[in-house]
Ligand binder design. Sequence first.
Ligand SMILES: Cc1ncc(COP(=O)(O)O)c(C=O)c1O
Length: 376
Amino acid sequence: MQSSWVEIDPTILGANIDALRAAIRPSTEIMFVVKADAYGHGLAPMAVQAAASGVRWLAVAYLDEALTVRARLPDADILVLGVAEPEDVPRLVADRITPIVVSAEHGQALAAAARAMGATVPVHLKVDTGMGRLGAPWQDAHEIFDVLNGEKGLQVTGLCSHFAAVEPNEPERAEEQAQRFLELARALEAKHGRTLFKHLSSSRALLYHPEWDLDAIRPGICLYGYGTEDPRMRFHARPFLQWKARVMQVKAVPAGYPVGYYGTYRTEAPTHIAILSVGYADGYHRALSNRGHVLVRGRRCPVIGRVSMNWVTIDVGPAGDVRRGDEAVLIGEQEGASVWAGELAKICRTIPYEILVGIDPAAERRYINAVSTNPP
Ligand SMILES: Cc1ncc(COP(=O)(O)O)c(C=O)c1O
């Protein structure tokens, strides 16, 4: 007896990486974003597949994720996108992990911790060019770089920023951020007589703006197969995370049969209903009540009634061919039909990211065609 589970084919990630690689200059590195358990796909298997597909850089949010990657990939370059603490410095140094720094004080604290152990930490200065999130405000970034550049124990090797919005219909917003970043980088490189490792673009920016590829791009969602539908984009990817549940009971019901809490749905005609082993406790949003679709026997079956904590009811139609134990596809494809996270996200008025990371991390992840993920 099992609730829902996830099936992932990492070789499709490999194909997505190959397609992206073919679309960019060979001199641009892919820094694959694997935070939040690789957007719900499983950190270690995704990092291992990416490395096998030639990706050198991996970006995570926290040190523990970086350590998970390092345990599998002794040669990867790893960037921590969150704010490392001074007490993290011994592990950062020992495991050759690069943190970002977000302010002069932050950089100085890391430098002091590094000096205390006779080490130097390489860091990338994160510049807030208009996102209004982590990083040194662009107006102060030049000065902050100069302060940090003189700090023993710290070596500022890179410069990065993050876009708030990349919209082809409203290009000024991203262009303004890019110009702030490029001007800063130009001024710093000229003044200090050395090149910095510069990275700016995540998925939407890299899909629309080859001119901002710089030394690295930081794709996340596009390599998981989402957000590449627009024909103007440089490459197109396929999703490869499938989420499945079991049919726990099937019953024939007459017309007018009430379904679920408060009977928000009544069958219009005699049909069969199936109850599935998934609910909002597993990440299947309540917003899908009476709106979502699930695949069973290759058919798109409507979710009827309210999604409850552990169970969902669907209308499998009058044919009577669905059996207890049948596989139900919540995200994925079956016999030519498909339901992907983008469809669920629209109904739930959210983004595919939230649907993917919202799948219960405890749901079993089954890897099909995976390269070995054992630590060396
Ligand atoms: C700093 C940073 N870079 C890159 C990414 C990847 O973004 P995307 O998944 O849209 O490509 C993220 C994702 O949240 C991020 O926070």
